[in-house]
Design a binder for this molecule. Structure first.
Ligand SMILES: C[S@@+](CC[C@H](N)C(=O)[O-])C[C@H]1O[C@@H](n2cnc3c(N)ncnc32)[C@H](O)[C@@H]1O
Length: 1014
């Protein structure tokens, strides 16, 4: 029998969460800055999951001796002895608990360990800057992505584990020797190839050196496990699998994703390597433009009089061709964006114009949602800049002023409130105008730069006359999915073709840049894979510009930047938009976009992944049982319409790339029918059909995965609804696998609208294995097992700080693992039990386990218990009466007078927070008040943005993470229906750690007055 894998037994989830949350804010050289893709997984969680899916648990009795030895030698000798020593006192729990110094824990510390500073801070209740949270020696830290020492350890551990699976008797000495020989052959072969001068010319010597390097890489990687991600998206998982030295494979049905994957996890690793040119060859190839780049000290090119040594050939070439394009576009730049009074325009801010529907007014109103031009962070309010409207009859003019401006915008919820007569033109009337004359827009103001200083101008007629009139230019004519109003509400405003997202001016400039890429493509031999890579990045450059260069972009007044429209995985309707000057120094313009691409190419240096084609996941790509492991992140039901959104890029990409990647760009738009999502607009508006499609597809894909894989299948899933989980678990069970491990991790940061605070969201990773389901079981027995397991899990995760819905869904894995042992589970009446029923039961068990922790005060227990059984709906007096006598010991009259139960005629319902404590501001503020009143008070303080009161309540009532108020909130989060109360509960839980932290950081300046450090 083989040992369990680490992921089935233990994972440092707190540490992975900390670094994953940090990962979302890393920009320079990060995969997310190469090209937009939706729902990218953070790199630390991907790296940790791949690693833990491949190595055995060292404490398992079947763990091979050689692997144990490897852990001992690599993590418990030399510097590793100190660095991977388990915590003396687990810092993030309230229990002073020494972690045993054993091999499993050392492996965990190798994956992720809190730094000494962070441990000390945690114990003192202080926060640590994200960068310093993890120890410098652990695998998942961002800074270690190319650390040769740490990657070598990870790769050797994986090598030993994999070899031991094949050859259980191989000893550590034997495997260590083999690893060193195979692994060290690679840098030697690299050195030989990369030192050949002018290796871009295919001489015999170059061909031989290339072949030697290739065979050194293959010789090593053939002895490493293979990892496959069938839903690879932007490529984060294959990137990390390759970083760990594995044979890494990815597939995604979507052509845009496929191209991004290759740009992320194949091309930089294959071609982003050093090259040496002789002076003559360099100058012949690159001319003056190349020499200029070489002289830029940031590019680290070494010129010794005879040779140019370039650290990264691919990054250099992309920069060179982009520069060449830019130089050729200079005339276009001055033509389209003429300087006025030595000021270079950076952004033209336009507003669409509509007519007031009041026939006596008929004003032409620019559709402005607000009037600020700049409220830069850190700028005093008196220096903020805004557009001040001046109304005379039905004429509207503007001036630029400084300071605060509180007036409401003229367009809200797509209704126009006329500033001249006050009439409201409703959205449906406004739409008619848009469908009638589309091109009505007004240039509101121009942001320019003069000697580093920003100026803001309202264009006069001279200014406007100087702008060239572009009447016509070709734009993509492919249709948008107009019935997909959830993500593309813009379509109901007459935008029906992808090309209509751009003004004629924008489309004209985009076409010019695109033509330059095409002409470079013509000059290069695109039969060479290397040149395909170069053209791919120039296409990415165009994509990066296009996405910030539409009529749907956003002018970010706090930063003065132009943002793309996909903030919420949708293209919402926009009535005003920034048109940036792509040739200016603005950070979102040409040079900024290029540097994001070259930074990524320069930063990524590991093994290349393989992306054969883009096909639907149920089509088997590999021979039966030829993959070692699958690590993947499937779509989340109807959360994101990848194919629809990606067409934004597809229609432009295919104009450049279709002849060099013909098999990828074969269809007019990205393929939709086979996409594994539940989108009703693809099923004649029928959600049931859409769901069935998703469920069938996911099952087919998991089936194919199981057939191709020998070992662990790890699945990341961020959806919290029981319905989505039911589908996922059904697919796993139907594919003859069972869940053997389940881990919640914080992997997302979303920005709360209120108070600008970041919220954490979790995803759960389940590890699955092929498993035979045997025999029949009685639901009663299964329930008993599940209740025990779930209770244990709830306590454990609660102790680790997981809360709310995350905590409840994290228990699903445990429940399914019991269920999945049996062919059939039956109720006492002989009815088969479905996965849906099982998960409902698991959720209930988790909630009950949480309720057990609600302290014995009857009013709060009544509230939670009643909510659990009956929700917030109406109920009869008799039912409540029975429950209060049997379930909890409390008088119904007192519940009514305490306003916990609201009576309306003969009906009762549970009070909302507002109904309960809203009428008396003192209720719930005292430690002696009912806990439910305190919790409701916190919810109202949160809702009203009353930070001061909130901090005071947390500080005085529940400063510790195990205070019962948090338990009540958790309970509510699992039971309240959608609505204001639930939103507040979620918000409070997501910011719980921050709130408690703030209370600890608080400085008491005067008695009774709290102040907080920002
Ligand atoms: C949650 S995303 C993966 C994100 C990825 N882990 C990342 O970090 O970028 C799911 C992916 O599944 C892809 N997909 C949807 N249906 C598919 C199918 N039938 N076969 C293969 N891939 C599919 C989508 O295009 C999407 O990129």
């Amino acid at each position: 029998m083989k040992a369990k894998k680490l992921i089935e037994v233990a994972l440092p989830i707190k540490e992975i969460s900390a670094e994953s949350v940090r990962d979302k804010s890393i920009r320079h050289g990060h995969i997310s800055t190469l090209h937009l893709w939706w729902a990218r997984r953070p790199l630390p969680v991907c790296r940790a999951i791949v690693f833990a899916s491949l190595v055995p648990d060292p404490l398992d009795e079947n763990c091979p001796e050689a692997f144990n030895y490897a852990v001992e030698m690599l993590l418990n000798t030399g510097l590793g002895k100190l660095h991977y020593k388990p915590y003396k006192d687990i810092p993030y729990t309230s229990i002073v608990d020494e972690m045993e110094d054993n091999r499993r824990n050392r492996l965990m510390m190798f994956i992720g360990k809190f730094s000494e500073t962070c441990q000390t801070n945690m114990k003192a209740g202080k926060s640590t800057s994200p960068k310093e949270q993890l120890d410098d020696w652990c695998l998942i830290k961002w800074e270690n992505k190319n650390n040769p020492q740490i990657l070598r350890i990870a790769r050797e551990l994986i090598f030993v584990a994999y070899q031991n699976d094949k050859r259980p008797d191989a000893t550590w000495e034997q495997l260590h020797g083999e690893f060193n020989r195979l692994y060290d052959a690679i840098p030697k072969a690299e050195e030989q190839l990369y030192s050949i001068p002018n290796r871009h010319i295919e001489t015999e010597q170059v061909k031989q050196a290339e072949a030697s390097l290739q065979s050194a890489i293959e010789a090593f990687q053939n002895e490493m496990p293979s990892v496959f991600d069938p839903f690879a998206g932007g490529g984060a998982i294959p990137l990390e699998a390759a970083r760990l030295g594995c044979r890494s494979y990815g597939n995604d049905i979507n052509p845009v994703a496929h191209i991004i994957e290759r740009g992320s996890a194949e091309f930089p690793q294959k071609y982003g390597k050093p090259i040496v040119y002789s002076k003559a060859e360099f100058e012949k190839k690159y001319g003056v433009e190349g020499i200029e780049i070489a002289q830029d000290s940031e590019k680290n090119v070494i010129f010794d009089g005879k040779t140019y040594k370039i650290p990264n050939r691919l990054a250099f070439d992309v920069e060179y061709y982009a520069k060449k394009m830019y130089n050729e576009l200079e005339n276009l730049s001055s033509y389209m964006y003429p300087s006025v009074n030595d000021s270079t325009p950076l952004v033209y801010n336009w507003a669409k114009v509509a007519r007031c529907s009041n026939p006596t007014c008929n004003a032409e109103v620019p559709l402005l949602g607000q009037f600020y031009i700049s409220k830069r962070r850190g700028t005093p309010k008196k220096d903020w800049v805004f557009l001040k409207p001046h109304i005379e009859g039905n004429k509207i003019t503007f001036s630029i002023e400084h300071g605060e401006y509180q007036d409401e915008g003229w367009i809200g919820r797509a209704n126009l409130k006329c500033p001249c007569c006050g009439n409201v033109t409703e959205a449906k009337l406004l739409k008619k105008q848009f469908l009638g004359y589309k091109d009505s827009r007004r240039l509101m103001y121009v942001v320019s730069e003069n000697k580093g200083k920003r100026t803001y101008t309202i264009p006069d007629s001279n200014y406007l006359n100087a702008l060239p009139q572009i009447d016509k230019t070709p734009v993509p004519q492919e249709p948008m999915p107009i019935e997909y109003t959830q993500a593309l509400p813009s379509c109901t405003w007459g935008i029906e073709k992808w090309g209509q997202l751009f003004s004629t001016r924008q489309a004209y400039v985009i076409n010019q840049i695109k033509d330059k890429v095409l002409s470079i493509k013509q000059d290069l031999d695109v039969n060479l894979e290397y040149n395909k890579a170069v053209i791919t990045y120039l296409t990415f450059l165009l994509d990066r510009i296009i996405v910030r260069y539409t009529e749907f972009g956003v002018w970010h007044v706090l930063q003065e930047t132009v943002e793309h429209p996909f903030g919420r995985q949708a293209i919402p309707m926009k009535f005003s938009y920034p048109e940036m000057n792509p040739f200016s120094e603005l950070s979102g313009a040409y040079w900024g976009q290029l540097s994001a691409i070259t930074a990524y190419i320069n930063e990524e240096d590991s093994f290349a992944s393989h992306f054969a084609n883009s096909s639907s996941g149920e089509q088997e790509q590999f021979a039966r049982k030829s993959m070692t492991s699958v690590v993947t992140d499937p779509p989340y039901y109807d959360a994101i319409a990848y194919a629809d959104l990606s067409d934004f890029f597809y229609v432009w990409q295919k104009q450049i790339l279709s002849d060099i990647f013909p098999e990828i760009f074969a269809t007019p738009l990205s393929p939709k029918a086979e996409e594994c999502t539940a989108l009703k607009h693809r099923h004649q508006g029928n959600y049931d059909k859409a769901k069935k499609h998703f469920e069938d597809k996911l099952t087919e894909i998991f089936d194919a995965i199981e057939l191709q894989t020998t070992d662990i299948v790890s699945v990341m899933f961020a959806h919290q609804s029981t319905e989505a989980w039911t589908t996922l678990c059904n697919s796993i069970l139907d594919a003859r696998m069972n869940i053997t491990g389940s881990w919640p991790m914080d992997t997302e940061v979303s920005i709360a609208l209120k108070a600008d605070k970041a919220f954490l969201e979790s995803s759960v990773t389940v590890a699955c294995r092929p498993s035979e389901r045997k025999g029949y079981a009685d639901f009663g027995d299964v329930k008993h097992n599940i209740r025990q397991l779930v209770k244990h899990e709830v306590e454990k995760l609660y102790g680790l700080g997981f809360r709310g819905a995350d905590l409840l869904t994290a228990c699903f894995g445990q429940a399914v693992s019991v269920f999945g042992h049996y062919k059939l589970v039956e109720t006492a009446e002989g009815e088969p039990v479905s996965v849906g029923q099982l998960l409902e039961f698991a959720r209930e068990s988790a909630a009950q386990a949480l309720l057990e922790g609600v302290p014995g005060e009857p009013q709060t227990k009544f509230y939670c218990g009643w909510l659990q059984m009956n929700g917030m709906g109406e109920c009869d007096f008799d039912d409540v009466n029975k429950y209060t006598r049997v379930g909890v010991n409390v008088e119904i009259r007192s519940l009514q007078s305490d306003k916990l139960l609201i009576t309306e005629g003969s009906k009762q319902h549970l009070a909302t927070a507002e109904e309960h404590v809203g009428s008396n501001p003192n209720w719930g503020t005292q430690p002696t008040d009912y806990m439910i009143s305190q919790v409701h008070r916190m919810m109202l303080a949160y809702r009203g943005g009353n930070q001061e009161l909130l901090y005071k309540l947390v500080r005085e009532l529940c400063p510790q993470s195990d205070a019962p108020q948090w338990r009540v909130l958790d309970f509510l989060s699992g039971h309240l229906p959608e609505g204001k109360d639930l939103t507040d509960v979620r918000g409070l839980l997501s910011s719980a750690e921050m709130l408690r932290q703030k209370c600890k950081d608080a400085i008491v300046h005067k008695v009774g007055e709290l102040q907080f450090e920002d």
